[in-house]
Ligand binder design. Structure first.
Ligand code: NAI
Length: 546
């Protein structure tokens, strides 16, 4: 999967190629061979010196949005240095290049826009989508992240300005999963936007018409998937931040036809399932032995429940019994069978129970071990909710997953304070550690970044034709297995982000193994699968061109 090559470019063109450029790190010999003499300052820097310089500049910026803009400019200038910097400072930089800052960046995308990255496909391109993909400068693509911008994080319809998301996600595939950046393709399908502010904004980068749906939307998506399959036969397609309706439809349409998954539905599910596996170690209760109350019955919530049900079934529970463990509240109230307004994906979790709307009364009736927030509604885990969870559970599981931070169902501080520090807490966006009664508690971040880079690496390394539940379950179990006793003692239910590359390799091995076991690939399983996968990983150090 490597794309290393001796540059065919020379002089200024080489300096302006972000994949090949090394900036001040070009050696004396390379400066002669590639006609760079005079174009660079005389002193040759090491990559470490370059990292120190960019870090100093980055930290001088006043806001996270400015840091984001700085990072994007670095990516456009010198990709190797960009990835070296991220890998060396993951905990500091993942929140800059991804959630929460990327959300802010997408809200401002048309205003901070400097240089395009990725392929934009609009309705006007119907009939020539393959030609557009051929315009991309790299011909071997293994991971495609595609959005239509309708539901960017918890921020709603950002239309073509949502391109920041596929770009950011793919940066994480490379940084955390070691997928070579030239094998990654960000795509935005621009079918319009219903965001009035954007339609009025002269600097908006997309087509200025309302969102188109129906037949022409479906035909464009089909043409896109077919074109990817035709041009890049071993590529994984990740559907990202599609609106609720299309997300479920597209996943149902393509998951059994091509190598595709939806990160909001399935990636979230795997990362949360891993968190629940870890929490089980703290509560000493099995997954099947407790109830889960979801706030939010959308992509994230029902995706988590579906995978949780698959996991409980794999341990011997019947489908019905497993579903009976999962309860939902949506914008209207408790999801129950007497309701006639339920979308299809909610019906399978509608239980025979009286309809209720007050979350505190619902918790009193359902008595869940865990509340899982995927509602995009800040504050729905009120003090009363949290205190009641602490009252009925020794170690209440509180997952406030909505992004960005401003949408979180509660803060880490509230979760710990209202439960006397007993909560097992995870959130979608990061929170700082809290000290309660002299004890340091580290909130966990149920970030999909723990799953999708390893899932992607394993899928493409094995050249799997599909992404199956078995692969997702393997990823979740492996992630939970990477949490150490000392992590758990501090309240962490995920490994430290600094270990993400090692964790991604382990996940990739488990995912690839599941693909081989299910006969999803024409490849023979390598004798040393881990070595085979490690050998394919991109490492952001400079190659000697001379
Ligand atoms: P969605 O729009 O598909 O679903 C939202 C759901 O929340 C709907 O079922 C809606 O009826 C419900 N809801 C609205 N108000 C509510 C209330 N007051 N109480 C209970 N439910 C209510 O959105 P999706 O994709 O499921 O995402 C939801 C949130 O989860 C977003 O904020 C997103 O950022 C977050 N998320 C977090 C991830 C992570 O942390 N790893 C990954 C994916 C999503």
């Amino acid at each position: 999967m490597h794309s290393l090559e001796q540059p065919s470019l020379i002089g200024a063109q080489l300096l302006h190629d972000p994949v090949l450029n090394k900036g001040t790190a070009f050696t004396e010999k390379e400066r002669d061979v590639y006609r760079l003499r005079g174009l660079l300052p005389p002193r040759v820097n090491s990559q470490d010196q370059q990292v120190a310089r960019v870090l100093e500049n980055l930290r001088r910026k006043d806001t996270d949005l400015e840091r984001y803009i700085f990072m994007m400019a670095l990516q456009d200038r010198n990709e190797t240095l960009f990835y070296r910097l991220i890998l060396d400072h993951l905990e500091e930089l993942v929140p800059i290049i991804y959630t929460p800052t990327v959300g802010r960046a997408c809200q401002e995308y048309g205003h901070i826009f400097r240089r395009p990255r990725g392929i934009f496909i609009s309705l006007e391109d119907a009939g020539r989508v393959a030609n557009l993909l051929c315009n991309w400068p790299y011909k071997e693509i293994r991971v495609v992240v595609v959005t239509d911008g309708e539901r960017i994080l918890g921020l709603g319809d950002l239309g073509a300005d949502g391109m920041g998301i596929p770009v950011g996600k793919l940066s994480l595939y490379t940084a955390c999963g070691g997928i070579d950046p030239t094998l990654c393709l960000p795509v935005t399908i621009d079918v319009g936007t219903n965001n009035e502010n954007l339609l009025r904004d002269p600097l908006y980068i997309g087509r200025g018409h309302p969102r188109v749906c129906g037949q022409s939307y479906d035909a464009l998506m089909k043409e896109f998937v077919d074109a990817v399959e035709g041009l890049f036969p071993h590529a994984l397609i990740q559907f990202e931040d599609f609106g609720n309706k299309n997300a479920f439809r597209l996943l149902a349409e393509y998951r059994d036809k091509t190598c595709a998954f939806n990160d909001d539905i399935q990636g979230t599910a795997a990362v949360v399932l891993a968190g629940l596996h870890s929490a089980s170690k703290l509560t000493q209760r099995s997954l099947a032995d407790q109830r889960y109350l979801f706030f939010g019955a959308g992509e994230a919530g029902t995706g988590i429940a579906d995978l949780l049900v698959a996991e409980m079934k794999s341990s011997g529970l019947s489908e019905k019994a497993a579903r009976n463990c999962c309860w939902f509240i949506d914008s209207k109230g408790l999801v129950v069978s007497e309701r006639r307004d339920l979308a299809k994906h909610k019906v399978r979790y509608a239980h025979h129970h009286s309809f209720m709307t007050d979350p505190v009364s619902i918790i009193g009736a359902v008595r869940p071990a865990a509340i899982i927030g995927a509602s995009g509604q800040p504050g729905v885990f009120s003090e009363a909710v949290l205190k009641l969870m602490g009252g009925i559970n020794e170690r209440p599981i509180i997952f406030a997953l909505s992004n960005p931070t401003s949408k979180s169902e509660c803060t880490a501080e509230a979760a710990y304070r209202c439960t006397g520090g007993r909560a097992i807490f995870a959130s979608g966006s990061p929170f700082d550690p809290i000290v309660i009664d002299g004890r340091k508690l580290v909130p966990s971040q149920g970030n999909n970044v723990y799953i999708f880079p390893g899932l992607g690496l394993g899928t493409v390394a094995a050249e799997s034709r599909r992404v199956t539940d078995a692969m997702l379950l393997a990823a979740a179990r492996t992630l939970a297995g990477e949490v150490s006793k000392s992590d758990l003692a501090e309240g962490r239910i995920y490994p430290r982000l600094a270990r993400i590359r090692q964790v991604s390799v382990k996940i990739a091995v488990a995912v690839a193994k599941a693909a081989y076991d299910q006969g999803l690939t024409a490849q023979r399983e390598p004798l040393d699968l881990e070595a085979y996968i490690r050998d394919q990983m991109y490492i952001p150090t400079y190659t000697d061109y001379a």
